[in-house]
Design a protein around this ligand. Structure first.
Ligand SMILES: Cc1cc2nc3c(=O)[nH]c(=O)nc-3n(C[C@H](O)[C@H](O)[C@H](O)COP(=O)(O)OP(=O)(O)OC[C@H]3O[C@@H](n4cnc5c(N)ncnc54)[C@H](O)[C@@H]3O)c2cc1C
Length: 398
């Protein structure tokens, strides 16, 4: 693999930079950079629409369905530039998870109905996989969808359904056949406004509400909303989870975090000198910079080498483990660099309201919230221990 950017890639990067500069206001950049979790929903939908007008909303989709036809390197550069410029982080459930599944596995009717609003950002999605008794062992899920005439009748409970409280649609794993474990699972698109869908918020350790319980009581869903054949969802799920885990490397966030840590350390004084000049701190920062750089190249290698640019499961699991461990270290170093200032748990009102006039407002809010939220990143998308099992099995045949 050639590790140098060629002139076309450099020109592409300049084009992206110019576009970002022309389209992002200081207010939007400020809101994105303070990273109060969950990110501002209006900004995300608006930015989704802006990117769609340019044809850039869905970098990982095939061109025939609205993808821009970029190489993996261009996709990577685009995501990095967006993060560094302070663009709103787009909702990943539609663009990165279910969108590619619909492109690959769904009927033409479903493609026509559901893909355009994902590109436009007008319909957002929630991922209804995990249940109270089915997280790591996802195939133990119990939610049923039984066919009655032209409709499935769905009953069950989902847990940890991120952003379900403000999503128009959900893709749910359901059991259409109760006699077969893996072979009985199907993926069903459910309108979150359907009668029988109840969404209940879960308050997180950082004070935010970004994830939900979803109760499904006799929810009637047209049978045409099933993706692929009944019982075929295990293949679709593996495809989706490999994409999710590669994204979970969160390499663009890691680069953004490094930038923020450097900014904090430049403005923080220790023994009369900027923290950035402290030898111990510099050593910690340099170590993380190297680890982020190494992960950056590992992500690119997987994206460039994977068949049709979809990562294979073991590689995706390696990236997921490394990326989430790095998130723990990065958010910890940001907290350490801020010292006592980090102790305040900023709410959205604190960060953007009357009290937002603190010194360096763009650096302080969101640091502790992010640190606490990111404790979960070694769990969501599949726990670290489970990723290690996948690597042992798929890469080493154990
Ligand atoms: C913030 C957050 C957001 C989430 N968002 C979503 C979402 O949008 N949609 C969704 O469907 N799910 C979501 N999840 C759920 C997430 O995917 C599950 O929490 C995860 O898969 C772990 O499942 P579990 O919580 O049931 O834990 P369990 O499966 O009960 O695991 C508990 C512990 O046991 C260990 N363990 C389990 N099995 C094994 C094994 N075979 N070998 C070794 N160790 C094992 C795990 O590593 C873990 O530490 C989210 C979770 C969090 C925390």
């Amino acid at each position: 693999m050639n590790l140098q950017l060629n002139p076309e890639d450099l020109a592409f990067r300049d084009e992206v930079r110019a576009f970002l500069k022309a389209n992002l206001s200081p207010e939007v950049i400020y809101r994105s950079r303070t990273e109060v979790h969950p990110p501002n929903e209006d900004d995300r939908r608006w930015w989704n629409g802006v990117l769609n007008k340019k044809g850039w909303a869905a970098p990982s989709w095939p061109k025939q369905y609205g993808g821009p036809g970029w190489t993996p390197i261009q996709r990577h550069l685009f995501e990095m530039e967006c993060r560094l410029a302070g663009a709103p982080e787009l909702r990943w459930q539609g663009l990165r998870l279910i969108g590619p599944v619909i492109c690959e596995f769904a009927s033409e009717a479903l493609k026509k109905r559901y893909l355009p609003p994902i590109l436009e950002g007008t319909e957002q999605w929630a991922q209804g996989f995990s249940e109270p008794g089915a997280g790591s062992d996802l195939a133990s899920l119990k939610t049923t969808a039984l066919l009655e005439g032209d409709e499935y009748v769905v009953n069950g409970q989902k847990l940890w359904t991120t952003e379900a409280g403000y999503s128009e649609l959900g893709f749910f794993l359901v059991r259409t056949d109760t006699t077969s474990k893996h072979g009985g699972i199907s993926m069903l698109i459910i309108d979150m406004k359907s009668p029988g869908v109840t969404v209940r918020p879960i308050e997180m350790i950082n004070g935010d509400v970004s994830t939900y319980e979803v109760f499904l009581d006799n929810v009637r869903v047209p049978k045409g909303n099933l993706i692929g054949e009944p019982g075929s969802a295990w293949t679709q799920t593996k495809f989706l989870l490999a994409n999710e885990r590669t994204s979970s490397a969160d390499i663009d966030k890691a680069q953004g975090d490094l930038r923020r840590i450097r900014d904090i350390a430049r403005k923080t004084q220790k023994n009369g000198r900027p923290l950035l000049e402290d030898p111990v701190f510099r050593q910690q920062l340099a170590q993380l910079e190297l680890e982020v750089e190494a992960l950056d190249w590992a992500v690119l290698r997987v994206l460039c080498n994977a068949p049709s640019h979809h990562p294979v499961a073991a590689s995706a699991s390696v990236l997921k483990i490394r990326g989430s461990q790095l998130q723990h270290k990065l958010t910890r170093l940001a907290v350490d660099a801020l010292g006592l200032r980090s102790l305040r748990l900023y709410s959205r009102e604190d960060a953007f309201g009357a009290s937002a006039s603190d010194a360096w407002p763009e650096l302080v809010p969101g640091v502790m919230v992010d640190h606490l939220y990111m404790r979960a990143c070694t769990i969501y998308g599949g726990a670290t221990e489970v990723q290690k099992n996948i690597i042992a099995k798929q890469a080493f045949g154990l």
